[in-house]
Design a protein. Sequence first.
Length: 133
Amino acid sequence: QSAGVPVIGTVLGEKVMLQTKTPQDRLKRVALPPEVASAFDLECLEVESETPKGFYPEGYKIFIKRSQQSRACTDIASKTPYLVKIKNAEVAFLTKIRRGYSNGKFNLHFNNGDMIEDQEIEWCNSIVSIVPG
């Protein structure tokens, strides 16, 4: 395995295009964030299109830990967005999460004011580090 952190997706606005079909050894790799000691379990998303209201400018790198991917989004009142994959969607989202109207469902709140309501989450992942481009 080559050095660096694998880039597993591209951020386009608040949508995240995940590279699910590319083998790990063929993914582009980037440098480790300065405050993180090891690349073990770390994955990266690259911002290619600025998110609404300049939340993540183009060129930024957003790091997550593979082992933190979970169906249980524990800190749903967090001010920091999660990487969220909802059931039956081909893309993931960088969004804040709040409890939905139905039991076990969530509302996704975006920085531009939009919201996707009452969604079943396939998995979510908290952000470990954000590095300017």
